[in-house]
Write a protein that binds this ligand. Structure first.
Ligand SMILES: [Zn+2]
Length: 306
């Protein structure tokens, strides 16, 4: 091996060592093109400064997240180890107000599921939305105690209110559930609420008085042990992207208690027609595939900010 060759290898080695040592130890290296959820999951704290939802519920992030306290007079957060009790102030005050209404209806309060991560953004598991601090899951389990330990709340099983046939509510469902949903949907801050179709059908068929509030309650798969409240974009939040079409635009009736609702417990449950030509559906990019390039540019400030 000639002297020149050895020198060449040494030079290469030095360059390699230099690159290794100067590589940033943490943070967002744009060349790596990491999934955004891998970046957001590293933050245990929000950014400082003004609270602002940025982007869309399922494609965005949260500036200045506010924490819902672990245990309040009428609520406890569930799965505390996930650290997903952060949101825009509008969702925090909404939860406090609704949990107070729950006590007037006859419950001890509410068990609160996921809101958002400290800086919002796509999550490594669980949800497509809940990214801007305006979504909250509320358990359909009536609280027996509001003094559960963190450990107990990481383990406790949520009660389902739906029969296994997917067509009706089961015996866990009560009139008080419906009253809480009514209070939840009648609040002007709410854009829409997602819950399983049998629960909405029960409310359409059994609730008295004006049923206009039912329009905001939207049937969806799952959601039989919690309901999901989505708030409107707050005032003075130009970066927040509204959901379109609106509930009024997609509804066939003022309550949504129509054939589009009953479809969920009839046609939707029929086995697929084997003679029907299979259409190949291209898999849509989901929240877990997003990189920082898919999110609003302002989210870069959120992952780089203090
Ligand atoms: Zn949810």
């Amino acid at each position: 091996m000639g002297k020149k060759h050895v020198f060449y290898i040494r030079k290469k080695l030095l360059i390699f060592l230099f690159l290794l040592l100067t590589k940033p130890s943490f943070g967002h290296d744009p060349n790596q093109n990491l999934p955004a959820n891998k970046i957001f999951e590293k933050f245990n704290l929000p950014t400082v400064g003004e609270s602002k939802p940025i982007g869309f519920y399922a494609k965005g992030c949260l500036s200045g997240g506010v924490q819902l306290s672990d245990t309040g007079p009428n609520w406890q957060i569930m799965r505390p180890s996930r650290n997903r009790n952060w949101g825009h102030p509008s969702v925090i005050s909404y939860i406090k107000d609704l949990s107070k209404s729950a006590t007037q209806i006859g419950w001890k309060g509410l068990y609160i599921g996921d809101i958002a991560a400290p800086r919002g953004g796509p999550m490594p598991y669980g949800h497509q939305s809940h990214q801007t601090g305006l979504d909250v899951d509320i358990w359909l389990t009536p609280p027996k105690s509001l003094t559960l330990t963190k450990k107990e709340r990481d383990k406790i099983k949520a009660v389902s209110v739906r029969k296994k046939n997917l067509k009706e509510v089961n015996n866990n469902w009560t009139l008080n559930h419906a009253k809480i949903l009514k209070a939840a949907a009648s609040d002007n801050r709410v854009d829409r609420i997602f819950i399983n179709a049998p629960a909405k059908i029960w409310m359409c068929e059994n609730m008295e008085g004006s049923k206009k509030w039912l329009q905001k309650i939207r049937p969806i798969w799952g959601h039989h042990s919690h309901f999901h409240v989505r708030l409107k974009c707050p005032k003075a939040s130009p970066e927040c992207v509204k959901q379109k079409p609106t509930v009024t635009q997609i509804s066939k009736s003022p309550t949504g208690c129509d054939n589009t609702l009953y479809w969920w417990v009839t046609k939707a449950l029929e086995p697929p027609d084997p003679n029907k030509k299979k259409t190949i559906i291209k898999k849509k990019k989901g929240a877990r595939d997003y990189t920082m390039n898919d999110l609003p540019k302002m989210c870069l400030n959120i992952i780089h900010g203090k």
